[in-house]
Ligand binder design. Structure first.
Ligand SMILES: [Zn+2]
Length: 142
């Protein structure tokens, strides 16, 4: 990839990644070594290579690890307790996100599906000005 190819609307940038997510596309960069990077990066964090191709990702996967947030940041105090998880997508990529289920109702290996929604008022308040309209992803148990 040349610097000229890395435009602000490219999914290799966070604004481009979230624009694609707003349009319903979860995009990753897949390295020639097999690593899947979500969000896409211009260099692979496994091998350092730059031979990366954009690829749409499945919205389904399973809980790889999870925990409960009981002491939330001030902006999310009203949400606590809530569950967050590392989800391994069916492509092998791992992605962190909230789970729309109580901690006691979640287990490692549970099937989940990614849903995208608009940010809440609290999420908009803590976001940087250019991030305020970025969509929020949540994993739902299926
Ligand atoms: Zn690589």
């Amino acid at each position: 990839m040349t610097p000229e190819e890395l435009t602000p609307d490219s999914p290799f940038t966070l604004p481009g990644f979230f624009d694609a997510l707003s349009d319903g596309r979860l995009v990753a960069a897949v390295c020639s070594c097999g690593e899947v990077l979500v969000p896409p990066r211009t260099a692979c964090y496994a091998c350092g290579g730059r031979d990366l191709e954009l690829e749409d990702q499945p919205r389904t996967g399973e809980i790889y690890s999870y925990t409960e947030v009981r002491t939330a940041p001030p902006a999310f105090e009203d949400d606590a307790p809530y569950t967050v998880a590392v989800v391994e997508l069916d492509s092998g990529a791992r992605l962190l996100g909230r789970v729309d289920a109580d901690y006691d109702a979640v287990a490692i290996g549970d099937d989940v599906e990614l849903r995208v929604r608009d940010p809440t008022e609290a999420e908009r308040e803590i976001a940087l000005s250019h991030e305020q309209d970025w969509p929020i992803h949540v994993f739902e148990t299926v």
